[in-house]
Unconditional design. Structure first.
Length: 107
């Protein structure tokens, strides 16, 4: 209820900038980290996402080749690679949320 009220108050203030600035997450205890460090963390996370997307594409190729050659081992390898890549993507994408939850439990 309180979040909805905050969004309504921010929306009443004017443009989209006031809404997005109010909703974007803060760094909580990691707020003291400098801007350069935040950029480096963002670049590392983006690199991990690109690597995992590439792994998922390679897994899809393994599935395709395995189906064409009727090779169940190749197909299974591709399925495992795609599943693990997508799970890794989910983990990397939700990293800030997980850190926030763990920090919240610590308080």
């Amino acid at each position: 209820m309180q979040v909805t009220q905050q969004v309504v108050e921010l929306a009443a203030g004017g443009g989209i900038g006031s809404i997005t600035d109010g909703i974007k997450p803060d760094w909580n205890v990691f707020g003291a980290v400098g801007t350069k460090a935040k950029i480096i963390v963002g670049v590392v996370m983006a690199g991990a996402v690109l690597f995992l997307l590439g792994s998922a594409i390679v897994g899809a190729v393994h599935i395709r080749v395995g189906n064409q050659q009727h090779n169940t081992m190749e197909t299974k390898k591709g399925q495992t690679l795609v599943a693990s890549s997508l799970l890794g993507l989910f983990a990397v994408a939700s990293m800030s949320t997980l850190f926030g939850i763990v920090y919240g439990f610590g308080i």
